[in-house]
Design a binder for this molecule. Structure first.
Ligand code: TTP
Ligand code: MG
Length: 402
């Protein structure tokens, strides 16, 4: 079975936990209500006033002038997220985080040791409550899609189990927008067939779905029938590990871009080390203002998870594209692939001291980052950060298993 676990009003719940006098008050975490800030999240008291994520903070203030507005403390949320992830890993390594506050957990193979998926989900929720002081909602189901839908149904502090024999009765009453990929546009197309629920959607033939949605039709058909073959992919089994960031304004400056790239490289390197992996190939991704995207890759002589050699190679790739940067860069990303489990490197006498130095630096950096958050260390390059979008401090959740 698969557990999908999602923290309730994550940032806001942490703020309330840390300052219990806020408990009964509407709390909004996000940018400034006076400027052009955006709501990151709101606690459930504030949601009763109609406040939700991604809403302009000024609008939230109009809806609920008495709300307490708090600026996000990202490093703090990252640290809490790490504690939660450690709880998941007590049960299994098959953990696929989707964002700071949600993850898929595959319980195959650990049920003999810890009990059924339901028991494991209860134990995880209990540990989060008792040790971290927060509540989470869990969905337990035979696949990712169903587990994710289930975790959202009884928020907050939800616990929803979907058994294989109940898949259809579980899905049928739900609105079609619960199907991944069916947004307002697709919904409009279906309105003229008077199709509003997943049960009604299931009456559409595959042929008509193909006519309406092309290749997506199959995907919708499967989900409407509760079929989702995607597996939980922990970092450990990932084919590649990558990070990217989109800027609110296009960037042209080489040094600024290099600074971002080195930060992303440090994050990727740390994930490799935590998963005990080394990678042999690395790639740079650049998206320009006209949305043209290029990737450039290079193969390393020795597979590594060390920040320094990865940083050198990725900067060399960026250098080679330097003449294009004047076009404006809206996204930069880097990744490492051709991964394999780390094993002690056969050191030649010649390169041993350098490798040992790199290793010591990595260990110290990881310890500091895990303690104080990932942005606590800056590399030797100093760079001016462009002003970030108020709500862009957390990376958007990747589409599950993409
Ligand atoms: P969500 O899990 O979507 O929201 P939530 O945990 O606040 O509330 P819920 O109980 O409905 O799960 O997102 C997790 C965190 O990500 C959220 O606390 C703040 C951040 N976030 C943003 O910064 N901007 C956004 O638009 C969204 C949706 C979330
Ligand atoms: Mg959440």
């Amino acid at each position: 079975m698969i557990i999908h676990l999602d923290m309730d009003a994550f940032y806001a719940s942490i703020e309330v936990r840390d300052n219990p006098s806020l408990a009964a008050l509407p709390v909004v975490v996000g940018g400034s209500a006076e400027g052009r800030g955006v709501v990151s999240t709101a606690n459930y008291v504030a949601r009763q006033f109609g406040i939700h994520s991604a809403m302009p903070a000024s609008q939230a203030k109009r809806l609920c002038p008495q709300a307490v507005f708090i600026k996000p403390r990202m490093q703090h949320y990252v640290a809490v997220s790490k504690q939660i992830r450690d709880i998941f890993h007590r049960f299994t390594d098959r953990v696929e985080p989707l964002s700071l506050d949600e993850a898929f957990i595959d319980t195959h193979g650990c049920e003999a040791l810890f009990g059924t998926a339901e028991t494991i989900a209860q134990k995880i929720k209990q540990a989060i409550r008792e040790e971290i002081g927060l509540t989470a909602s869990a969905g337990i189901a035979p696949n990712k899609f169903l587990a994710k839908v289930a975790s959202d149904l009884q928020k907050p502090d939800g616990f929803v189990v979907v058994k294989a024999e109940n898949i259809q009765s579980f899905l049928d009453p739900l609105p079609i927008t619960r199907i991944w990929g069916i947004g307002p546009q697709t919904k409009k197309k279906l309105d003229r067939f008077q199709i509003a629920t997943i049960g009604q959607f299931r009456t559409i033939t595959k042929d008509l779905l193909f006519e309406l949605f092309g290749d997506h039709g199959d995907h919708f058909w499967n989900l409407a029938h509760g079929i989702d073959a995607r597996t939980v992919t922990p970092d450990r089994e990932a084919k590649s590990i990558s990070h990217e960031t989109t800027f609110p304004v296009d960037l042209h400056d080489y040094e600024v871009l290099k600074g971002y790239l080195l930060e992303l490289t440090d994050q990727v390197a740390m994930r490799l080390r935590r998963a005990n992996l080394v990678g042999k190939s690395l790639h740079l991704k650049l998206r320009f203002s006209n949305f043209e995207t290029i990737t450039r890759s290079r193969t390393l002589t020795t597979p590594t998870h060390s920040s320094e050699p990865l940083a050198q190679s990725i900067v060399a790739l960026l250098d080679a594209e330097r003449s294009k940067l004047h076009r404006g860069v809206r996204l930069i990303g880097m990744g490492v692939s051709q991964l394999k489990a780390d094993h002690p490197i056969q050191l030649t006498l010649f390169d041993q001291p350098q490798r040992e130095r790199d290793q010591r630096m990595d260990q110290t950096a990881d310890a500091i980052r895990l303690k104080f958050g990932k942005s606590s260390l800056a590399r030797g390059t100093t760079f001016e950060r462009p002003k970030k979008k108020e709500n862009s401090s957390s990376p958007p959740s990747p589409p599950p298993n993409s």
